[in-house]
Design a protein around this ligand. Structure first.
Ligand SMILES: NC(=O)c1ccc[n+]([C@@H]2O[C@H](COP(=O)([O-])OP(=O)(O)OC[C@H]3O[C@@H](n4cnc5c(N)ncnc54)[C@H](O)[C@@H]3O)[C@@H](O)[C@H]2O)c1
Length: 310
């Protein structure tokens, strides 16, 4: 049985991944600091082949023996927060990865896990046209994406010099039940269900690619099982919508008039106009997305209503 150490496994995407990895027959050691973003509605404790360690990846002192792959989801993940208070982003997203690399390096060569690091399409910055391939340069535009790009650079350097084994996944915007309601779609559903108006930065015309977290985790598992060490894999459904289009899908599904649902606020500084990544490489491993945003929205609203007891 392969042993995984998953960091940030109580977070939004990490929790989908832990569930999927356990179902796929992996042994999972979940390491999470339980920040505000950790889910309060998941509990894997009754699952077989599961251990939990409450720890900060920045200050963790060792990696248990026999870990085959360390999947690093742990990070501060909300761009807005990174604009107002960035110390935690620096500590977890850069310092945390530095510590993991050093912990791997400190181990006997025969017991060093592969580092499968979860990064983001935001590291490329705005895609004015076409889609970025894994060979394109990193040009992050906000403090969050800068810390994610910096972490990648550390990994490249440690791999080259210290022969740390690593793979990087860069995924687009994830959606799905369990996302902390500071992020766009979760916040929209929660606000509208509670009768509040949702705030949209600027005119909302900036474009993103959207992936269901479960599809993303299937892609990550595919990379883990079939990907090549030392490679970077973009992950996206390539389903592109502007922020306002995505929000309006929810407004329409709930049958609320737009003027009663949305309020525009000044755009956030550093806003990228468009993200888009080429996914030929991960699709060549046999992966493809199964869910579309439009199909998921009614399910999402239903699950959220149940969660709020409405
Ligand atoms: N959400 C997205 O759309 C998206 C898109 C692309 C990439 N990513 C990346 O995927 C990863 C997971 O994102 P998410 O949306 O699930 O995040 P999240 O904020 O929902 O969850 C992060 C989890 O990591 C934990 N954590 C944070 N700092 C930690 C630390 N120092 N030590 C241990 N645990 C820590 C938190 O307690 C939380 O459980 C992140 O690395 C993020 O950059 C997210």
């Amino acid at each position: 049985m392969k042993k995984l150490m998953v960091t940030g496994g109580l977070g939004f995407i990490g929790s989908y991944f832990v569930d999927m990895a356990l179902k796929a027959g992996y042994y999972v050691i979940n390491v999470d600091k339980k920040t505000y973003a950790a889910r309060d509605d998941v509990d894997f404790h009754n699952r077989k082949h599961y251990e939990f360690i409450e720890a900060d990846i920045r200050t963790m002192t060792h990696i248990p023996p026999g870990v085959d792959v360390l999947v690093n989801f742990a990070a501060e993940s909300h761009v807005d927060n990174s604009i107002h208070a960035n110390q935690e982003f620096y500590d977890s997203n850069i310092g945390g990865v530095y510590n993991l690399l050093e912990l791997i390096r400190a181990k006997d060569e025969t017991d060093q896990p592969l580092l499968l690091h979860i990064s983001t399409d935001e590291v490329y910055g705005t895609a004015h046209e076409g889609s970025f391939t894994e060979e394109d340069k990193l040009l992050p535009s906000n403090p969050y994406s800068a810390t994610k790009a910096a972490a990648e650079q550390l990994i490249f350097g440690w791999r080259h010099t210290h022969e740390i084994k690593a793979v990087i996944c860069r995924s687009c915007n994830n959606y799905g039940f369990g996302q902390y309601p500071e992020k766009l779609l979760a916040k929209t559903i929660e606000f509208l269900l509670k009768g509040k108006k949702m705030t949209v930065h600027g005119d909302g015309t900036y474009r993103r690619e959207w992936i269901y977290a479960e599809d993303n985790c299937e892609a990550i598992l595919t990379v883990l099982e079939k990907g090549k060490e030392g490679e970077v894999y973009n992950i996206s459904s390539n389903e592109e919508h502007s922020v306002i289009e995505a929000v309006k899908m929810i407004v329409e599904e709930m049958g609320i008039k737009e003027e009663d649902a949305l309020v525009h606020i000044p755009n956030r500084p550093g806003q990228d106009l468009r993200y888009s990544v080429d996914t030929a490489k991960v699709r060549a491993l046999g992966w493809g997305p199964k869910t579309s945003l439009r199909e998921y929205i009614p399910i999402y609203i239903k699950l959220y209503k149940k969660y709020l007891g409405l």
